[in-house]
Design a protein around this ligand. Structure first.
Ligand SMILES: NC(=O)c1ccc[n+]([C@@H]2O[C@H](COP(=O)([O-])OP(=O)(O)OC[C@H]3O[C@@H](n4cnc5c(N)ncnc54)[C@H](O)[C@@H]3O)[C@@H](O)[C@H]2O)c1
Length: 483
């Protein structure tokens, strides 16, 4: 990217910040007493928020570039954050600032770009605050913790004219881009069924008593929008994925990647018309709350169906895929077995074509940032919202469910051969793992009809209440029209 283009991007960012401030829309409340010097000339100034696991990959991707200066590391856990500060100082030759409160980052006008890899419950608020302060944003998947939040981030991106990339990096893999194009172009004929698979072993997290907040951790900031409750290592680093207050289970963890690919392949550009989900946390008892075994069936309109399967117990792959996708056409099928790898087959199972090429998702983000054009993004926030939203809809149905017998499940699925076949496979899988569903029954969710236009359930107040949450002040995601 030319120096001129970079400078223009920095100037545009400044203009947008000034405009947002003039409109009284910046919400940062903390004074900033530690402004870093602007990065070496013409470098985009970045902050990474949440730096333990995935945040480490953000740091690597940013420090691999020569056009970025990381000015801030932000993490509520001082120990985690300071380790990253040392690492970045070695990599880029300049020591970034460390802050626990992300609002200090947003208060600093010199920051152009914010990347977010906190637990899910913080994604929307962090992204919206950042864009209100004029920053461009790379936000991890799922972009939201509930459906309404996702739509609010899209609203903020458009209102403040910010670039907002979703962290679904598969969207930038040429192998998958080619495979999806092949599906769209009719390579396997008409496609009415897409399967997303998250066959990923997840061990029990056991039981751990609540304990004191570790030294150096700002627990109030960690909780953020979620209700206050005692600290537990079993709800803290990474384990929060299995707790509804901060996570969305494996459907919204690994699963969102393959949910996104399935929706992409089906050319479904909304949240669909109905959803039903069933499953359970089966095979062990621990402090986790979310399902480790779950099937979610989405009616995406025009006879298109998206079926998602989460399997956290030992399992064989399906048509060679563990974490992947299968698209079924009337002339063949495509199986994606990795983030950039897959193959097309004819109806007899003969190999027709393979797909395999990796790409650069952060590179795509920067291209869009410099061009000031969100249409260049491979995973614009709208895509992130829709695919994250499908995961949330699945979880809403699942959580609305009741524990019923296998026979009753078969009765409810009667007449739907594909759904019965999927259930039979799940049932065998559970049996192979020693799960006796007459002792630990499966939770079968309500079939919920949805209006994708208004993004609300049809005539169902309880389900509609689950599209958002009660936010704990001051960590409140603005309501519609108020971002
Ligand atoms: N795109 C991918 O392939 C990919 C891979 C892994 C994780 N992720 C996503 O990245 C996110 C982080 O996952 P992880 O595995 O790194 O989790 P993690 O628990 O290991 O790390 C999260 C970090 O965020 C910090 N944090 C929590 N609240 C914060 C706040 N308010 N401000 C600043 N820091 C805060 C925590 O202290 C921790 O260091 C998740 O949303 C996950 O879905 C994406």
């Amino acid at each position: 990217m030319s120096k001129h283009t970079r400078r223009r991007f920095l100037e545009d960012s400044l203009l947008a910040t000034t405009a947002a401030l003039a409109a009284g829309s910046a919400t940062s409340v903390l004074a900033d007493d530690k402004k870093p010097a602007k990065g070496p000339n013409d470098k985009a100034v970045a902050a990474v928020i949440g730096v333990r696991g995935r945040g480490g990959s953000h740091i690597k991707d940013l420090t691999d570039r020569d056009d970025v200066d990381i000015a801030y590391v932000c993490d509520v856990d001082t120990g985690v954050g300071m380790e990253r500060v040392e690492q970045i100082e070695k990599l880029q030759g300049r020591r970034p600032n460390f802050v626990q409160d992300m609002r200090k980052v947003f208060d600093d006008d010199s920051v152009d770009i914010v990347t977010i890899a906190t637990p899910n419950a913080w994604h929307a608020l962090a992204a919206i605050w950042a864009m209100q302060a004029g920053k461009d944003v790379y936000v991890e998947k799922p972009v939201s913790h509930n459906v309404s939040e996702g739509r609010r981030i899209v609203e903020a991106a458009r209102k403040y004219n910010r670039i907002c990339q979703t962290g679904t990096q598969i969207r930038s893999q040429p192998g998958t881009i080619e495979a999806i194009k092949y599906v769209h172009d009719g390579g396997i004929g008409e496609v009415k069924l897409a399967r997303g698979l998250c066959y990923k072993r997840r061990n029990s997290i056991g039981h751990t008593p609540d304990s004191e907040v570790p030294e150096g951790v700002d627990y109030d900031l960690w909780l953020g929008p979620a209700p206050v409750r005692p600290f537990s290592q079993n709800r803290y680093h990474y384990n929060w994925h299995w707790n509804w207050a901060h996570g969305n289970g494996d459907l919204g963890n690994q699963g969102i990647h393959q949910m996104d690919v399935a929706r992409w392949g089906l050319q479904a550009d909304n949240l669909g018309y109905a959803v039903v989900s069933y499953g359970g946390r089966l095979g062990y008892e621990d402090d986790g709350e979310t399902a480790n075994t779950q099937v979610t069936i989405h009616d995406m309109g025009d006879g298109r169906r998206l079926v998602f399967e989460v399997r956290g117990l030992e399992t064989e792959p399906l048509r060679g895929a563990n974490v992947g996708n299968i698209f079924y056409g009337d002339k063949g099928y495509v199986v994606m077995t990795g983030y950039s790898t897959g193959a097309a087959y004819d109806l007899d199972g003969n190999l027709v074509k393979t797909f395999d090429a990796g790409g650069d998702h952060f590179g795509n983000f920067f291209d869009a940032v410099y061009a000031r054009d969100h249409n260049l993004l491979n995973a614009d926030i709208l895509e992130g919202h829709l695919s994250s939203g499908l995961c949330h809809l699945g979880n809403i149905s699942y959580r609305s469910g009741e524990l019923i017998s296998d026979n009753e499940i078969r009765e409810r699925l009667a007449g739907d051969d594909e759904a019965l076949d999927t259930f039979d496979r799940v049932y065998s899988h559970l049996t192979e793992n020693g799960v006796n569903t007459s002792q630990t029954p499966i939770r079968f969710g309500q079939r919920l009809t949805f209006d994708p236009e208004s993004e609300t359930f049809v005539d169902n107040d309880d389900a509609n209440a689950s599209l958002t949450r009660d936010y704990r002040e001051p960590f409140v995601v603005p309501a519609a029209g108020q971002v």
